[in-house]
Design a protein around this ligand. Structure first.
Ligand code: HEM
Ligand code: HEM
Ligand code: HEM
Length: 400
C-alpha cells in the first residue's frame, strides 16, 4: 500500500520533471545534452534568425556562442546580476572577454529559478557588427559554451574562469555532436608537474647529495657512479617530458600564442633546460689516472679538463649549477601561473604542492648534514697529488 503510493508519487514527480524540461524547449527545436545531461541546448531556425536556448543545473553564469575556441568567438553571456549581452572573445583571460560595440542579440533573456539557469536569445544569420559571426544555414556550425561556478542564493555572477566548457557542432536543419575534445592543457600541466616537480628536482638532489652514497667507505672508496648515472637518466627523461609537454597547448583547437606571462616564462625555462643539456656536452674531457670504469688511462689521456680543473671545467660547473637552479625557480613560478590559469584544478594543485614540499624538505634535511662532497673529491679524493685539488678548498675549510 505504502509502496504503491510512493511509486505513484515518484512517477508524478518524474512526469512533472520531464514535462517541465519538454515545455522549456520548443518541441520543434533541435536539442543536445551538455555535460552528460547537466545542461541542455536547443536551437531552431526562425526565418533570418536562429533561436538558441541553453539551460544548466544550478544558479550560475551561462555563455553560448559561435566559434571553435575562445579566441575569435562571438558569444552571449548572462548570469545572476549580469544582464544578457553580446560579447566577443579575443583570448583566454578575463580581459579578453569584451562587450560588442553593437549588441545584436534579439530578445535576450536569463532566469535562474528552481536551481536551473536558462539563457535564451536569437541571433540574426547576417550580423550587423564586424565582431559577430555570419551563420551559414547550409553548413555545420561550431558552437562553444561555458558555465561559471554555482552561486548561492542572492549572489551575483563574476566572469571568471568557467567551471565547465565545451565545443559543439550543430546543423540548423537538425543534428549535432558534442566535441568533448582531448584535455590538452590539463595533460600539459600534469606532464610539466611530472618533469619540473619530480624528475628534474630528483636529478638535482641526486647530483648534489649522492656523489657519495650511504654505506660507501669514503674517501677509501671513490668514483661512485651512482649520482652520475641517475643525474643523466633523470635529467634526460625530465627534459624530454617537459619538451613534449610544451608542445601540447598547440594541439588545443584554435591555439594562438597568447603572449601571456605563463607562456613567455615557460618558453624561457624550456630553453634553459635545453641549454643545460647542451652546456653539459661542452664540459670537456674527464682525464685522471683511471677512466670512469676504474681502468688505467694511457699517459696521454691523464690530463683532462676535469682532472686538471681547467678554466673550461670551472666555467661549466659555475654556469651549469647556477642555470640549473635558476631554471628550477623559473619553472616553479611558471607552474603557479599555469595552475592559476586553469583555476587551481584540485588534483594537480595538490600534487604540485606535494612535490614542492618534498623537494624543500629533502634539500633542507640533506644540507643540514654538512656541505656535500663535490664532484672532484668524490672521484679523486682530497690528496694534493691530484692537480685539481689546487683549485678546491681543503676539506677542513669546507666542512668547517
Ligand atoms: C571570464 C573569463 C574566462 C577565462 C579566464 C577563461 C579561461 C579559459 C582557459 C584558461 C581555457 C583553457 C583551459 C582549458 O581548456 O581547460 C579556456 C578554455 C575554453 N573556454 Fe574560457 N575563459 C573565460 C570565459 C569563457 C567564456 C565566456 C566562454 C564562452 C563560451 C569560454 C569558453 C571556453 C571554451 C569553449 C574553451 C575550450 C577551447 C579553448 O581552449 O579556447 N570561456 N578558457
Ligand atoms: C642531461 C644532461 C646533463 C648532464 C650530462 C649533466 C651533468 C652534470 C654534472 C657533470 C654535474 C656536476 C657538476 C659538479 O658538481 O661538478 C651536474 C650538476 C648539476 N646539474 Fe646537471 N647535467 C645535465 C642536465 C641537467 C639539467 C637539465 C638540469 C636542470 C634543469 C641540471 C641541473 C644541475 C644542477 C642544479 C647541478 C648542481 C647540483 C649541486 O651540486 O647543487 N642538469 N650536472
Ligand atoms: C614549468 C612548467 C610549465 C611550462 C614550461 C609551461 C609552458 C607553457 C607554454 C610554452 C605554453 C604555450 C604558450 C601559450 O599558449 O601562451 C603554455 C600554455 C599553457 N599552460 Fe603551461 N607550462 C607549464 C606548466 C603549466 C601548468 C602546471 C599548468 C596548469 C595546469 C599550465 C597551464 C597552461 C595553460 C592553461 C596554457 C594556455 C595558456 C593560454 O592559452 O593563455 N602550464 N604553457
Amino acid at each position: 500500500m505504502w509502496l504503491s503510493r510512493i511509486l505513484i508519487a515518484g512517477f508524478m514527480v518524474y512526469g512533472l520533471g520531464l514535462g517541465a524540461a519538454k515545455a522549456a524547449c520548443d518541441p520543434a527545436s533541435e536539442t543536445l545534452a551538455l555535460s552528460d545531461g547537466a545542461g541542455l541546448l536547443c536551437w531552431q531556425r526562425d526565418g533570418d534568425r536562429v533561436a538558441f536556448r541553453m539551460e544548466f543545473d544550478g544558479r550560475r553564469w551561462l555563455a553560448l556562442g559561435l566559434g571553435e575556441a575562445m579566441a575569435g568567438a562571438d558569444v552571449a553571456i548572462a548570469g545572476p546580476g549580469l544582464a544578457p549581452a553580446d560579447y566577443h572573445l579575443t583570448g583566454r583571460e578575463a580581459q579578453d572577454v569584451r562587450r560588442d560595440a553593437i549588441d545584436d542579440l534579439i530578445e535576450p533573456a536569463f532566469t535562474a529559478e528552481g536551481e536551473r539557469s536558462v539563457l535564451t536569445f536569437k541571433k540574426p544569420l547576417q550580423p550587423g557588427d564586424a565582431s559577430d559571426a555570419v551563420i551559414d544555414p547550409q553548413a555545420e556550425i561550431a558552437l562553444i559554451w561555458a558555465v561559471g561556478p554555482q552561486l548561492k542564493p542572492g549572489e551575483s555572477a563574476i566572469l571568471e574562469f568557467h567551471e565547465e566548457h565545451g565545443i559543439l557542432r550543430i546543423h540548423l536543419a537538425g543534428g549535432g555532436t558534442a566535441d568533448t575534445g582531448v584535455p590538452w592543457l590539463a595533460l600539459h600541466g600534469w606532464l610539466m608537474v611530472l618533469g619540473w616537480g619530480l624528475l628534474l628536482p630528483a636529478g638535482i638532489v641526486v647530483s648534489r647529495f649522492f656523489k657519495v652514497t650511504p654505506g660507501q667507505d669514503f674517501p677509501r672508496e671513490l668514483a661512485n657512479r651512482f649520482w652520475w648515472n641517475w643525474h643523466r637518466l633523470l635529467q634526460y627523461s625530465g627534459v624530454a617530458v617537459v619538451i613534449i609537454a610544451s608542445g601540447l597547448p598547440l594541439m588545443q583547437p584554435g591555439w594562438q600564442w597568447s603572449g601571456g606571462l605563463h607562456g613567455s616564462l615557460g618558453g624561457l625555462v624550456i630553453a634553459l633546460a635545453v641549454f643545460q643539456v647542451i652546456n653539459a656536452q661542452l664540459r670537456g674531457t674527464r682525464g685522471g689516472p683511471e677512466d670512469e670504469f676504474g681502468r688505467p688511462n694511457p699517459p696521454e689521456a691523464i690530463a683532462g679538463d676535469h682532472y686538471e680543473m681547467t678554466v673550461r671545467r670551472r666555467v661549466f660547473e659555475a654556469v651549469h649549477i647556477v642555470t640549473g637552479y635558476l631554471a628550477l625557480l623559473g619553472a616553479g613560478l611558471t607552474v603557479i601561473l599555469g595552475l592559476w590559469l586553469l583555476g587551481w584544478p584540485t588534483g594537480l594543485t595538490v600534487c604540485a604542492g606535494l612535490c614542492l614540499l618534498l623537494f624543500v624538505a629533502l634539500f633542507v634535511a640533506l644540507q643540514s648534514r654538512g656541505a656535500p662532497v663535490g664532484s672532484y673529491n668524490a672521484i679523486w679524493g682530497y690528496d694534493s697529488i691530484h692537480p685539481g685539488n689546487r683549485h678546491l678548498a681543503a676539506p677542513a675549510e669546507r666542512d668547517g
